[in-house]
Write a protein that binds this ligand. Structure first.
Ligand SMILES: [Fe+2]
Length: 250
């Protein structure tokens, strides 16, 4: 699927009307944002915290996807596309390969404030958007999309493994830093419950061995019992490229 076809299914974010959010929905955003702002320093990695600064989210109202998309684009060329919900893997990776990130625009219900398995706008913007402004992560993420597109086109078995690598890095990744273990996975960072749980010592944290992670299935409905830590984003980019070569994807 090329850029023209992608546009047909997911128009430019500036061509999509932004929802009018209720006061209760804006309050959910405000509550989540202030809770994560106090939790994340010292727990999220510095690249992520720098991304939050760059995006400058409004405190008490849900931002327009178009505005955040413009700020991301100015940093790395990545843009947001508005989607209804979870995008099937094939289309999802097609978008990544084109530096497009699909985002929903609804917000979780108040009772799901701790963790929502369905990706809402808070998950997309607070969880994913900050690292889309980081050049190194942005390059890795596009490469992952390209590898998946190639695997799908060739019927390569890596097609079924890439979602595992995606899950344990982009969604639930940890990173070892000089100051200790930090979080970069968006599934953790957009969830107050997950942030505390992941650094609590309860989950087992293993080194991010590409082949082992690729073979590890995941469960979206429960807290992750095993997590994988990378050493740096430069390492992630290089190790992923090496894994692609090893399994026969260029
Ligand atoms: Fe996500």
């Amino acid at each position: 699927m090329g850029e023209r076809e992608t546009r047909r299914f997911w128009p430019d974010i500036h061509e999509v009307a932004s929802p009018v959010y209720s006061d209760a929905e804006n309050r959910t955003w405000a509550t989540l944002l202030s809770s994560q702002r106090s939790l994340l320093p010292g727990r999220a990695c510095r690249e992520f915290l720098a991304g939050i600064e760059r995006l400058d989210f409004p405190d008490d109202e849900i931002p327009r996807l178009a505005d955040i998309s413009d700020r991301i684009e100015a940093c790395t060329g990545w843009r947001l596309r508005r989607v209804d919900g979870v995008v099937p893997d094939g289309e999802f990776f097609e978008m990544l390969a084109q530096r497009l990130f699909p985002s929903t625009d609804y917000i979780r219900r108040q009772e799901d404030i701790g963790y929502t398995p369905a990706p809402d706008i808070f998950h997309e913007l607070l969880g994913h958007a900050p690292l889309l402004t980081d050049a190194r992560f942005a390059a890795f993420f596009q490469r992952m999309g390209e590898a998946a597109v190639e695997a799908a086109a060739r019927g390569h078995p890596a097609r079924d493994l890439l979602p595992h690598l995606y899950w344990y890095s982009v969604e639930f990744g940890l990173i070892r830093t000089r100051d200790g273990l930090r979080i970069y996975g968006s599934g953790i960072l957009s969830s107050p419950d997950e942030v505390l749980y992941c650094l609590s010592g309860q989950p087992t944290v293993l080194p991010f061995d590409m082949a082992a992670v690729a073979a590890t299935p995941y469960d979206i409905w429960h807290m992750q019992e095993t997590l994988f830590a990378i050493d740096s984003f430069a390492w992630l980019e290089e190790a992923f490229a090496e894994w692609c070569r090893a399994v026969g994807l260029e």
